[in-house]
Design a protein around this ligand. Sequence first.
Ligand code: PMT
Length: 396
Amino acid sequence: MLSGKTVLLGVTGGIAAYKVCELIRMYKRANAEVLVVCTPNALNFVTKLTLQNLSKNPVAVEEFDVKDFNPEHISYADRADIMVIAPATANTISKIAQGVCDNLLTSIACAFTKPVIIAPAMNCNMWENPVLQENLNKLHYEILEPESGYLACGYEGKGRLCALEKIFDKTVELLNFKPLNGKKIVITSGGTIEDIDPVRYISNYSSGKMGLALADVAKNLGADVTLITTKDVSRKYNVIKVKSALDMKAAVEKEFDSANCIIMAAAVADYRVKEISQQKMKKTSDDEISLTLVKNPDILKELCTRKKACPPDLLPSCPMIVGFCAESENLLENAKEKISRKGCDYLIANDISRKDIGFSSDYNEVTILDKNGGTKKLERADKRTIARRIFEEIYG
Ligand code: PMT
């Protein structure tokens, strides 16, 4: 399954380090070349000799252990097809998220441009620490969340390294499954911001997580990705920051001719303030004030109209157009009406009245509608899994 592929396994200093001995055997059985790099602390839990014997390669630990006059972090980053960090401690995750390169493993991760899998394992309180979660969110990697159970530290909770099969399967999936190779995918995300005056605006609760998950997954599936977002995002693919619906419309329209697929996951404001005050609006003695709102263009609908106007011979080169549909009631009924009104190829319907999915949540549950009347429900899962399933469905 992994013939001709090189897996770079990064091992950090946690008790679960002993488990990766079996993971190396799994990779070897699948004919992968395995390179192992350890943090110095990892070797308190597992020996270099064991890792070396199992991987049939020298184990790298310290930088400046230079061979062939190549800086080791760059040559490792170049040689491997994928990097798998397991177990990943809170310390190493946070360092990578902050761009700290104080050992060989973190230096390689910083220089690595191909897919990276992170399988964290730690005490449950460390896992729940908001700073760690914030750092994890900064990484555009495949995160295989720890499992719940008894932990080596004596606690019971979420923190155990996930099943090795899960890490192995994800490795195979990322290395072999590149259905979006050669495709340019444009994704919008976040809530648009419609200014009222220099200090106030109208917006919504979209965090941009769904669009970001789609963009990260598309990148891992081999696509050339452009993310048009209202949020601050730092990624190695093309990110265009926009603010208002009008900015977003201009940015999306520019991409139309070169895109194979446009996915509108952004929550676009339907209305904007008619006249933005140039100065901060003053409080008056009136108990009520009125703002006049004007309709924003419907970007999705206009894209679909542009596609429909394409001469038949040019239609195959027009992008597939996918909308999202945020509903707080009658989800399917409203989504069916919306797909026929807007005319997109697919519409992904999600219920934004639920707290455990949709707006701002790390999870979603969606129904995919296609233009021929077909529907497919994707059960609740983290947004990356939902994103992957959406690509499987639309490019299946
Ligand atoms: O960002 P998160 O916190 O992760 O939340 C994700 C999400 C709930 C925002 C996302 O999954 C979602 O549902 N996005 C669409 C939100 C929305 O605007 O839905 P809508 O039903 O109002 O619009 C339907 C479609 O038309 C959407 O693709 C929207 O981008 C598009 N639209 C809407 C209005 C407008 N003026 N122009 C548009 O293009």
